[in-house]
Structure formats: structure tokens, C-alpha cells
Write a protein that binds this ligand. Sequence first.
Ligand code: AMP
Ligand code: MG
Length: 510
Amino acid sequence: MYATPVNPQACAQAGAQTDPIALRAPGFAALGSGFYAAQAPTPLPAPYWVASSAQVAQLLGLDAATWRDDTALQMLSGNRAPAAMPALATVYSGHQFGVWAGQLGDGRALLLGESAQGLEVQLKGAGRTPYSRMGDGRAVLRSSIREFLCSEAMHGLGIPTTRALCLTGSPAPVHRETLETAAVLTRVAPSFVRFGHFEHFYAQGLQQDRYESLHALADHVIARYYPQCHAPTHTPAQTYAALLRAVSERTATLLAQWQAVGFCHGVMNTDNMSILGLTLDYGPFQFLDRFDPGHVCNHSDTAGRYAFHRQPAIAHWNLGCLAQALLPLLADEGQAVAALQSFQPAFTREFLRRMADKLGLGVAHGGLQDGSALAALVGQLLQLLAAQRVDYPIFWRRLSHAVASGDFAPVSALFAERSGWERWLLSYKELLTKVDQAQAADLMLKTNPKFVLRNHLAEQVIRAAQQGDFTPLQTLQTLLENPFAEYPGHEAWADFPPDWAASITVSCSS
Ligand code: AMP
Ligand code: MG
């Protein structure tokens, strides 16, 4: 561990001159040595570029034509320590699968610094840290491609997420279930602070009966990311309660978006929950193919704790852990309970808003004003989709085209047993008469993606990349960056999953 905190000013000057990506010490570094360990990346042999995001490069102010040079390749593979400041592995704790796991921390992530735009840049897979425990500090090409693509796919869908600047690979062998090769992902976010950071300093405070670090962390997060929680009339406890309420609302909004789009995270441990309400730590995630509310995408989750339909309740449970960690800063438990009560209404509001858009009945288009009628319509539809295991993305895309053309036959063809569906369709068509149908279709085609990062698509581009062919990966990235566009000639990327997709297993091993 570092004896003294990193000095942000001194570091900023050193870094701007020499690093291919100009970074300064992140605000997090000023919290002090108890929050992280300085750790240089461990070099990897023969690094090569796998993928990069022009959008994220632009966010960081990088020159599109030139930034991917050899110096950047070395820096972003962990072979050239940034001059800005020592890289940092942060310490956190957390609940894993509902059980207190104690100290965890960045076991394979290193914070390189913060850009002029206030974005933190982190390497994932750049070697061991003091928090690696039994792990090797590495990430494999397979899972890194999944995280790279999903970060950018989520952004394309308009869902809050950490971003990915680029992915580099190396022939260095990495042992998982089989022998694989190493990769380093460069992640970007305003902050990588997790619920688990708060839990860590709460647990530490309990032992020492002093909560200075917890206070400092909460003050940092409020000052940098939730300044609106401060109000002139607030007591300190009210400010921290406002933080909890704001995190609760953001998390609820995020979960509503996951549920509407059919995204299953797979490992919703509290250390994988972003304090900013971002989708964070892509592992065994999956976008639903056939609609199955009880779907468990993580092969390691034998009890089904993180099944698709349980995600909102789990997020609420995780917020309970955050609330517990914040108790020393609050007036009493009642304040925590009140703050968490914001979750359910925020979730329902956002979920119904998203579903109304998916149905083309968004309020902005003069659609359904009556929330309970909408909730009933959505509930009946989801039951029908679940009963017949209808393909979720294809259903919505076909419905969007049906509203545009007036021909619902391709949607009906998705149902083997039609009577329930036809009854539902009658009531839906009735509602459609109350809105401008051209506008409804337009809204639906901008809400229901044509291209979704299904497991089998990820698997196909991974197999090609493992053979050194990155063209399919680039194609899929392009489609996912703008998943609502038609991209004629790319129908195969929007089709039903092949039979072999059912045999793909994704687990915590990454
Ligand atoms: P995850 O399940 O990926 O969220 O990881 C849980 C914890 O294990 C975190 O503290 C990670 O940093 C750590 N971890 C996961 N994989 C590795 C690895 N290969 N090497 C070191 N630490 C790891
Ligand atoms: Mg994690």
C-alpha cells in the first residue's frame, strides 16, 4: 500500500507531456492510501489490437486517425506504465450470492487515471494486484470480447453503462477451464465506485468504531457525482440520505431498462453494483432469446439467485446492503428505509414508460395515459410470450414493422397457440387507433432493436477472433453501435439463434 496519497497536481503535469492518453490522478486518489494500493501493470508479450471504439476515443478527446499507435498499444496492454501517476487497485468488499464475502477489491483492474473530461480510465486484466487473492490478475480474450461488445451495445441501446475504449490481446497463455489467451480491456467511466466500496469502509469502521473513511468516500461521491444531494437546509444526515435515495432511483431506472430490453446480468453481487447506476462488470450476461422469466444465464448460479425475473428484487436487496453501510452517516434506520422506498415506484414508472414506447403507445405520442390499463396490457403480453417461449427481440421488431405496415401475420406466426395472442392483439389494435400510427411505428423502430448481442453472435465473433480474424467482431460492433438501423444485407445477424446456441454455457470463469 502507498504510505501517502498520490498528489494529483504533480501527477497531472508529468502525465500530460508523455502519455499517449493524457491522464491526471483521479479524484479517487485524493481519498488517501487506505482506499487503494499503487500497482504497476504486469507486462504481456507481443500485444496486438483486437478492437476499439471510435465513439469512446472521441469522448476522451483522442485523435481518431492517430491515437492507435504503438505507444498507446504498449500502454493499454500494461507494458508501459503511465507517467501520470502510479496505477491504482482500489479496495472494496461485498456480498456475493447473498453472503458476506469480506474484502475483495480490484483483483485484475487498475485505474490508470482520469482524463481532462473527468472520465476514469481503467485496465482490466493487466496483472495481479494485492487484491487478486487466488486469481491470476488476467482476463481472457473470450470474455473480454464479450465485455467490450456489451459495453458498446448497451450504450447503443441507450442504457447506462461503463464504456470500452479498446481491447488488446496477447499470445500469453491463461488457464481457465481450457487454455486460453490473455487480453486487456480499457474501460472508461466517470467512476468505478461500487456499493462494495461503501460496504468495505463500513465493515472497517465497525471494527475500529470510527467511520472517517466511510464519510470521506460518501463526501467524494456526493461532491463529484451527486452535488444535487446537497441543499442549504439539509443536515449532514439528510444529505447522505439524499444520496441513498438518488442511488436507489438510478438503480431502479437501470433495472427497468434491463428488464424491458431482456438483459440478464448474471452476477449481481454488491461488488458489481455501480454507485452511478451504470451496468458494470460484464461476465456471464445474456440477452434473452426466447422469453423465459426464470432464465438463469450464469452456469455457476445453480440456485438461480440471479434469474432474469429476480433482478429488480436483487437490486433492491443490494441497495439494502448499501443502506446498511451508510447507517453510521444517517440519523436512524427510518431514514434509510424511507430512502429505499423510492425504488419500487421509480422502477414501475420507468418500466412502464419503456414498455409503452416498445408498444408505440408512449405518452409523448398521445398514447396511453392510464397506467393501470398499460400495466395490464404489458402483463398479459409477457405471460403470452413466456407461455410460448417466443423469441423476445424478434417479437418486438416484428411488432414494430407490423404497426408500420398493418400486416400482423409475421408476428402471429411466432405463436403456435393463437387464441390468447389474437385476443391480446385485438385490444392492442384498439389502443393503436387512439394514436398516430406512423409516429407509433417510428417510436417502436427506435425502441426495439434489430441487432442484439445474443450469446451465439458473441460466440461466433470470438471463435473468429481466436483464429486471428477480427472482421466479424468489427461488423458486429458496427451493428450494435446503432442497433435500430436496418443495415440491409445483415439479416443473419438479426435472426433466430441456431440450435447449437442452447449448448453455450457462460459462467463466472472469465
Ligand atoms: P467478479 O466475479 O468478476 O465480479 O470478481 C469478483 C472478485 O474476484 C473481484 O474482486 C475481482 O477483482 C476478482 N477476480 C476475478 N477474476 C480474477 C482474476 N482472474 N484474477 C484476480 N482477481 C480476480
Ligand atoms: Mg466484479
